[in-house]
Design a protein around this ligand. Structure first.
Ligand code: FES
Length: 114
């Protein structure tokens, strides 16, 4: 893989680099956020949903009825499918919430949880 394309740094796999229309993503410093207690890499200022996606996390919450997994869909704050609990803030839309060092996210409705 050519340098500057694909993934780089601590964030694995799915981060888009060298997009033909959007170019390079904004270059925030690498930080750590926590999902259900597990540390995940992120770039400061990127949407939390993008950081989760880059780490292979597709489930934001589980539906109240049926407990089906739900994940980001629109990425523009319209569908609410990316909602998660952020400690100190309550329910947030992760596609609109910029990542900050040490943020702690929780997956609502996770199996085995009320
Ligand atoms: S992905 Fe639709 S509101 Fe966040």
């Amino acid at each position: 893989m050519k340098k500057g394309k694909g993934c780089e740094g601590k964030a694995p796999g799915m981060r888009v680099r060298g997009h033909p229309v959007l170019g390079e993503p904004p270059g925030g410093r690498e930080i750590t956020v926590f999902l259900d207690g597990k540390p995940l890499p992120a770039r400061e200022g990127e949407p939390l949903a993008a950081a989760l996606f880059a780490s292979g996390i597709r489930v934001a919450h589980y539906a109240a009825e049926g407990r089906e997994p739900r994940g980001p869909f629109c990425m523009i704050g319209r569908c609410t499918e990316c909602r998660m609990v952020l400690e100190g803030k309550g329910m947030v839309l992760t596609c609109l919430t910029p990542a900050e060092e040490g943020m702690r996210l929780h997956t609502p409705g996770r199996r085995g949880k009320p």
